[in-house]
Design a protein around this ligand. Structure first.
Ligand SMILES: Cc1cc2nc3c(=O)[nH]c(=O)nc-3n(C[C@H](O)[C@H](O)[C@H](O)COP(=O)(O)OP(=O)(O)OC[C@H]3O[C@@H](n4cnc5c(N)ncnc54)[C@H](O)[C@@H]3O)c2cc1C
Ligand SMILES: NC(=O)c1ccc[n+]([C@@H]2O[C@H](COP(=O)([O-])OP(=O)(O)OC[C@H]3O[C@@H](n4cnc5c(N)ncnc54)[C@H](OP(=O)(O)O)[C@@H]3O)[C@@H](O)[C@H]2O)c1
Length: 463
């Protein structure tokens, strides 16, 4: 293919989180091979990149009144081994220059994400403080018209684009169910999206509704930081592990009377706070009906060929819309393939054949029974993506094994699984043990994580 043929095309990316940054990095990798780049513009409503990993103390709305994107909180540590998400073109060794533990805190992963993208001039592609307000597609010109708000100067303008990559994330708009009587609950009621740290729940009795990652992690964080008691209330299935004293699971809440919660099994208990860990909605307020992905949180959203190309209009690309075992390396594998499609390096089959491929994945998705099946499913999906682009291959089977061990580790002891170490499939490096056990580590700063342990060791040696 002519390396200059895409020069006049314009590509828009919505969001500069890990998925949007993966898309920029994929183009940069091709540029390094001598290809002329199309024009790339990434629109990011926050004032920095990193998406979820760019922590904000704010809740509700941001500085300019936009719905606040971030759902992360203080003291958030990776909830899976970092070896399962490592970029295969930028290792942890390359970034940190020394082995680190398998479960770093948020600031350390944020630093890693930035390290790769800072190697290029990627920042030049990104318009920060810019919200995508509305998108339409012109059937005649075959171009997208995107209406944008420059939040800083309060100005609305538009851009014409040949391709549009939606990388706006899907763990930001709360799913907030109603329970009878909750309007009269006298204590704190919030969604996990607004949880910013366990400090305020010290010495409190808290009720978490939900039985997935947010409920599990916020429950354990609050326990670690001194909550008096933690109750998790499940709708379908309990997490079902052996919890330490102070954390327990009950079936679904039926209703509240004052500060008392009533549960399906007849139990009643008094609480100081209720946190809805009830998941998120895929929400694209900037997309019209016919372009909008409509899905629940699952491993293979319908209507996306190879999990990314909108089947009715492949010029519209969605990244990272799946429920996620794999994260950064999956976004990369998707972005490399999306790039090849946009650069005419990948020829698509006809729409009906693409539909059959989607159906094949959906059929299998519908038959998944447990977490082990889920890991195998997403691993096969990654392998499929890797077979179609030149994203540096990594040993997916080995990563799948690590995910399965991780599931086992959590079941064995939810308080110590983050002290385990794993081996990188990119460099072969074995993770180091963090200087402090996770349950005793109350400081999640990068400085303490990377250096303080070393300083303490030197002090000990000199005593
Ligand atoms: C509480 C929590 C903890 C998590 N912990 C982990 C973990 O430990 N390990 C892990 O691997 N993953 C974790 N995840 C998953 C996390 O979502 C992914 O790691 C990753 O951030 C997804 O990247 P993304 O780019 O697809 O979306 P996001 O990170 O959500 O980024 C989307 C970006 O799009 C921007 N945007 C949205 N709408 C617009 C608009 N209209 N205009 C302009 N810009 C817009 C947002 O501002 C944001 O910067 C966690 C998620 C949550 C919610
Ligand atoms: N690093 C970390 O430690 C960390 C911490 C938190 C979150 N995360 C990430 O954040 C993402 C989202 O996780 P999540 O747990 O927020 O969402 P989720 O995985 O989608 O789970 C949503 C939970 O809410 C329950 N639920 C939904 N609607 C309900 C209703 N109407 N009534 C009662 N229960 C309801 C669901 O129950 P059913 O099972 O019945 O559907 C499920 O248990 C994940 O990718 C996760 O990895 C990471």
């Amino acid at each position: 293919m002519n390396k200059n043929s895409m020069k006049d095309k314009r590509i828009g990316i919505i969001g500069a989180g890990p998925s949007g940054l993966a898309q920029i990095r994929a183009f940069e990798a091709l540029k390094e091979q001598g290809y002329a780049m199309p024009e790339i513009i990434c629109f990011e409503k926050q004032d920095n990149w990193g998406g979820m990993w760019n922590y904000s103390w704010r809740t509700g709305v941001g500085k300019y009144g936009e719905p606040l994107h971030g759902s992360m909180y203080k003291y958030l540590w990776s909830n899976g081994p970092k070896e399962c998400l490592e970029f295969s073109d930028y290792s942890f060794d390359e970034h940190f220059k020394k082995p680190i533990s398998s479960y770093p805190p948020r600031p350390v992963l944020f630093d890693y994400i930035q390290g790769r993208i800072k190697k290029s001039n990627a920042r030049d592609y990104i318009r920060f403080d810019t919200t995508v307000r509305w998108v339409s597609f012109d059937e005649n010109s075959k171009k997208f018209n995107v209406i944008l708000d420059d939040l800083k100067i309060d100005k609305t303008y538009s851009e014409e684009l040949d391709y549009l990559v939606v990388a706006s994330g899907h763990f930001s708009t709360p799913n907030m169910p109603y329970f009878k009587g909750i309007e009269n609950f006298p204590g704190t009621v919030m969604h996990a999206h607004d949880f910013r740290g366990a400090d305020q729940f010290k010495d409190r009795n808290i009720l978490l509704i939900g039985s997935s990652y947010s409920a599990e992690d916020i429950g354990v964080q609050c326990y670690k930081h001194g909550a008096k008691s933690v109750t998790l209330s499940y709708r379908s299935n309990p997490i079902g592990i052996e919890w330490p004293e102070g954390i327990k699971e009950l079936p679904m809440v039926t209703h509240f009377e004052g500060d008392t919660a009533f549960f399906k099994d007849g139990t009643t208990e008094v609480y100081d706070a209720v946190i809805m860990c009830t998941g998120y909605q895929h929400k694209f307020p900037f997309l019209p009906d016919e372009l909008r992905l409509k899905t629940k949180n699952n491993l293979f959203p319908d209507n996306l060929y190879k999990g990314i190309l909108f089947n009715a209009l492949p010029q519209l690309i969605y990244l990272g819309m799946q429920d996620q075992y794999y994260t950064f390396n999956m976004f990369d594998a998707q972005a490399w393939l999306a790039r090849d499609f946009m650069m005419n390096r990948l020829t698509l089959p006809k729409e009906t054949e693409r539909r059959m491929d989607i159906d094949k994945w959906l059929d299998r998705n519908n038959k998944l029974e447990n977490s082990l099946d889920n890991v195998d499913f997403q691993s096969d999906y990654i392998k499929d993506l890797l077979s179609l682009s030149d994203y540096p291959h990594f040993n997916v089977d080995k990563v799948a094994e690590m995910f399965k061990e991780w599931l086992q580790d959590k079941e064995e002891n939810i308080l110590t699984y983050r002290d385990k170490t794993y081996q990188s499939v990119v460099t072969g490096t074995m993770a180091s043990q963090h200087h402090t056990e996770w349950m005793d580590e109350l400081d999640d700063s990068k400085e303490r994580y990377l250096y303080q342990g070393e300083q303490e060791e030197v002090l000990q040696d000199n005593l």
